[in-house]
Design a protein around this ligand. Structure first.
Ligand SMILES: *[C@@H]1O[C@H](CO)[C@@H](O)[C@H](O)[C@H]1NC(C)=O
Ligand SMILES: *[C@@H]1O[C@H](CO)[C@@H](O)[C@H](O)[C@H]1NC(C)=O
Ligand SMILES: CC(=O)N[C@H]1CO[C@H](CO)[C@@H](O)[C@@H]1O
Length: 316
């Protein structure tokens, strides 16, 4: 009893406050991506006009290029495709490690652009999807910004209409079974957050913070005066309390985070056409022809369909 009372009395002092300070756990730069991610030569789950290749093929065709300070992932931009054959070669990589509570900072110099492209930087647990949840950090199609940060879950996770975020809420129900897996999406208010405009501004930083009570996504363009020093410097610890209002805020108001999200891999994929990019093509994008025909016959249009990562730092 005495012991118990003592412990309880101390609780407010010994339990660390929820100050959002995280130490560095993974500093992934250049060639380190090759050891920390697996290349997934799988059939595209989203039915894209794409052929995901293994690491040896990706490296031999230079679809993956790693140097001391750069990690590039791209689609093939040289081959005219046989309409009856496989899609355009591309890459999909998944982190070997899994994460629950963590912060991940993606320092991206260039993201894939071009008609038909559907790039994504996201986190999920594939075998248990959608029960283990999905967090889309950077995603879009056909060069059409702004970025949408989105959660996809099973039933029972919804977001409040009014939230402390700079972005604009779309659907509030995160349930993947609602409206063709739209998810609860939040559109960035920064035109530099996606596609050609992201690239002409030198790219920038995407960051996600996941805790047991909320998920937040931030974006800072390369020359944004508001980029926090610990983000910019790839510091050995970060304090998200000083990062300002996130672009997207997903609180636990009516979504029990640990119940809907389990251990996630980080996935970076670049597909073409498919369920989303293909279904809205050309839409208001101004893209020519049909998506599949365009991908098959215009290899040189994919010369800018690449990611260039300066780093990925994970804090947990
Ligand atoms: C491979 O890709 C990198 C990055 O885009 C580029 O700098 C390099 O010149 C390419 N190498 C060849 C042989 O094309
Ligand atoms: C939501 O998060 C707050 C802390 O931000 C916590 O006090 C509360 O218990 C959480 N609610 C649920 C349903 O998990
Ligand atoms: C082909 C592929 O893996 N597509 C995935 C890319 O990323 C999004 C997440 O933003 C997934 O929903 C797709 O399944």
């Amino acid at each position: 009893m005495k012991h118990c009372f003592f412990a309880l009395a101390l609780l407010p002092f010994v339990v660390p406050s929820l100050a959002a300070r995280y130490p560095l756990s993974d500093n992934i730069v250049g060639t380190a991506f090759l050891n920390t991610f697996d290349f997934q030569a799988i059939a595209d789950p989203t039915h894209g006009r794409v052929n995901y290749v293994d690491q040896a093929t990706a490296q031999s065709q230079n679809l993956t290029f790693a140097s001391a300070d750069s990690f590039v992932l791209r689609t093939d931009f040289k081959t005219r495709l046989n309409p009856g054959g496989p899609g355009r070669n591309s890459v999909r990589i998944r982190s070997k490690k899994v994460y629950t509570t963590h912060v991940a900072v993606f320092n991206i110099r260039h993201m894939p652009q071009g008609c038909g492209t559907w790039p994504a930087v996201w986190e999920t647990n594939e075998p248990s999807w959608p029960n283990g949840g999905e967090i889309d950090i950077l995603e879009g199609v056909n060069d059409q910004g702004p970025n949408a940060a989105t959660l996809h879950t099973n039933a029972g996770c919804t977001m409040p209409a009014s939230r402390a975020q700079t972005g604009t809420s779309g659907q509030l129900d995160c349930n993947a079974a609602v409206n063709g897996n739209t998810g609860c999406n939040v559109f960035s208010n920064d035109a530099r957050s996606y596609g050609p405009t992201f690239n002409t501004n030198g790219g920038g930083w995407y960051a996600v913070e996941r805790t047991s009570t909320f998920i937040k996504v931030w974006f800072w363009s390369r020359n944004d005066a508001a980029v926090p020093a610990d983000v910019k410097d790839g510091a050995s610890a970060v304090n998200t309390d000083s990062w300002g209002t996130p672009a997207a805020y997903f609180p636990n108001t009516s979504c029990d985070i640990p119940q809907h999200f389990n251990q996630h891999n980080i996935i970076i994929n670049l597909t073409l056409c498919g369920d989303w990019a293909g279904s809205v093509y050309p839409g208001s994008s101004g893209c020519p022809s049909t998506c599949v025909d365009f991908v098959d016959n215009n290899p040189s249009s994919f010369v800018n369909a690449y990611f260039d990562f300066a780093s990925l730092t994970v804090y947990s």
